[in-house]
Design a protein around this ligand. Structure first.
Ligand SMILES: [Zn+2]
Length: 593
């Protein structure tokens, strides 16, 4: 391998030298021994500990987890870099097993923190000795009011195998068996749903229209089974809500995300108030494409000029320069990932697909994997993953293990921010008018997809669950709700097709990760609003932003943001994000004569 190619591959020696490194077994055994010692000393007695002793216990817990994570971190990185290496596979298997063993051994801690009497728990939560663990303690405890007895929980888990889990699987099997018959370039083909979906981005309008119709028809063919799955799982959720005393169908998701219903509602209502902006954009897009009318099958039509290739060296410079213009500190952290080979850049055989940033421990730097393919989207992915890396590095400098990882709704803050900073740079630099317009369109459509569509999905989900609570819903019933929400989003700017009401049925989130869609909207909109603050406040915003990232997972999203002067409840907060979008739409308008 030549030096240039080598420089773009991971160097994992900060973890272990090789799969034979004796350090792997040493760490694994030490972690197990420490876990067993901890259990021998404290199991069944956690509630008797005073605050300083519990703090000691939590520190020991963090130390043994840190040891336990290293071998599995190493194994999973090795495996990602070469999924067909038997040594890596064997190590991964071993490491997973060891980690599972450690987790089971220390499981008592989680259980006893959850079930300690209220008076004891409250004393811990307010004790100065545990101040650093306050969020961890509260977060562990938050499900307590919704937890059933141990016997009931065990029964529920067992019964879910033939219940919800089985219905999920039936949905997957049914959907993945769907084939979409379509004539492409004169040839009759039987496409997978993903292949057919990709054709909705074709420059050929007739093909886009036929692909869209064929996808709906193919799903309609399975609607008898799929609608039954929807009805069953929605009913299952209703039963669960009652047993676990949740207030609304979305409540468990909000609890996961540590957000309040008021915040979610204000986010969604503000988005709906700004649907007109999406409509305005599509009217402009119709003009840019020179279409007499704009239909739902034109939503993903490409604008010319978006196909420039970007060699990796240029991408690296683009990302680092854009980060540097925002904050030299952020650029310096990102640059370290290239210089010290903490990033594995290029696609190759047997390397895992996609991209990720993996981080385990505050005192171990993150590792980034990408499959760089010279498209604009790939540059954006590099900025995204390095944004994650910066987040972890800054949090690692300030937090201990239990406060390190950002909570779910904050997890995409730095990554999306990185993308925005990069997009701004690209737009400033791009001289070719067609390429610039295409960049703007990609940016705007990305926001529409992650904010508007997700809010629309969530509204549908709320209505669909409410309707199901009153009784069985026909597929036409769900479809009519879908059509109404789609019409609300697109207004008269987009003409819906006669089969568009089938749109809901192929969206797996409604089945697998209920109400998760709103988390995408939250993440993107939060970052757009933060970015707006930066544009308004300039340099003064940067140290506050770094402070926010350094907070890691040490508080709820509300607490972390309040710490840097941002109030999610402030009227007009979510509107800031749409002001950013408004600017982009105005710039796009200027390119459409
Ligand atoms: Zn991400």
């Amino acid at each position: 391998m030549n030096a240039a190619a080598e420089a773009l591959r991971w160097d994992l020696s900060d973890l272990y030298a090789s799969t034979d490194d004796p350090g792997i077994a040493r760490d694994t055994n030490a972690a197990l021994a420490e876990a067993e010692a901890l259990a021998a000393r404290h199991r069944g007695k956690v509630a008797t500990l005073d605050a300083p002793s519990l703090a000691d216990l939590l520190r020991a817990f963090e130390a043994l987890l840190a040891r336990a994570y290293r071998p599995s971190a190493y194994a999973s990185l090795l495996f990602s870099a070469n999924t067909s290496d038997p040594a890596g596979q064997a190590l991964l298997d071993q490491a997973r097993e060891a980690l599972a063993h450690v987790s089971t051994t220390v499981k008592f801690l989680d259980v006893e923190l959850k079930t300690a009497p209220d008076a004891i728990f409250d004393a811990w939560a307010s004790a100065p000795a545990l101040a650093g663990y306050r969020h961890f303690l509260r977060a562990t405890r938050r499900y307590a009011p919704h937890t059933l007895s141990e016997a009931e929980e065990n029964l529920a888990t067992l019964k879910s195998l033939s219940g919800a889990a089985a219905w999920n699987q039936l949905y997957d099997e049914t959907v993945s068996a769907i084939r979409v018959p379509l004539t492409v370039e004169g040839e009759a083909r039987d496409l997978t749903v993903d292949e057919a979906r990709a054709l909705r981005g074709s420059p050929d309008r007739d093909l886009r229209a036929r692909a869209t119709r064929a996808i709906h028809q193919a799903h309609a063919g399975q609607s008898h089974v799929l609608n039954f799955v929807f009805n069953t799982l929605f009913q299952d959720h209703k039963i669960e809500l009652g047993l676990r005393r949740y207030e609304s169908p979305i409540a468990p998701t909000l609890l996961d995300d540590e957000l309040t219903p008021a915040i979610a509602e204000s986010l969604m209502a503000t988005t709906e108030k700004n649907y007109c902006l999406a409509q305005e954009y599509y009217r402009l897009k119709a003009r840019a494409l020179d279409l007499p009318d704009f239909a739902s099958h034109d939503l993903l039509a490409p604008l010319p000029g978006g196909d420039r290739t970007i060699p990796f060296d240029e991408a690296r410079t683009l990302v680092l320069d854009s980060f540097r213009a925002f904050s030299p500190r952020i650029a310096e952290i990102a640059e370290r990932h290239f210089d010290r080979r903490w990033i594995d850049v290029m696609p190759r055989q047997n390397k895992r697909g996609g991209a990720f940033c993996a981080a385990w421990l505050p005192d171990l730097h993150p590792y980034v994997l990408t499959n760089y393919n010279e498209r604009f989207q790939d540059v954006s992915t590099v900025a995204h993953e390095l944004g994650h890396a910066v987040h972890f590095v800054l949090a690692g400098e300030r937090q201990t293990l239990l406060n390190y990882g950002p909570t779910t709704p904050m997890a995409e803050t730095a990554s999306v921010f990185g993308e925005i900073v990069l997009a701004r740079r690209l737009l400033e630099q791009e001289r070719d008018p067609a390429a610039r317009r295409s960049l703007l369109a990609q940016r705007i459509e990305d926001i529409i997809a992650t904010v508007y569509r997700q809010v629309m999905y969530t509204r549908w989900e709320q209505e669909a669950h409410a309707r199901r609570a009153e009784g069985v819903v026909t597929v036409e019933g769900f479809g009519a709700l879908w059509r109404a929400q789609t019409e609300r989003l697109y207004g008269d700017a987009v003409k819906l097709g006669e089969l568009d009401h089938w749109g809901f049925i192929g969206i797996p989130h409604f089945i697998h990760s209920r109400f998760y869609c709103y988390s995408y909207a939250y993440g993107q909109l939060l970052v757009l609003a933060l970015y707006r603050r930066y544009l308004e406040e300039g340099e003064a915003f940067v140290p506050r932003y770094l402070e926010l990232l350094a907070g890691g997972g040490s508080g709820t999203p509300e607490e972390l943001l309040r710490g840097v002067g941002i109030d999610l409840h402030a009227p007009g907060f979510w509107q800031l994000g749409f002001d950013t979008l408004r600017d982009l739409v105005d710039q796009f308008r200027a390119t459409v004569s």
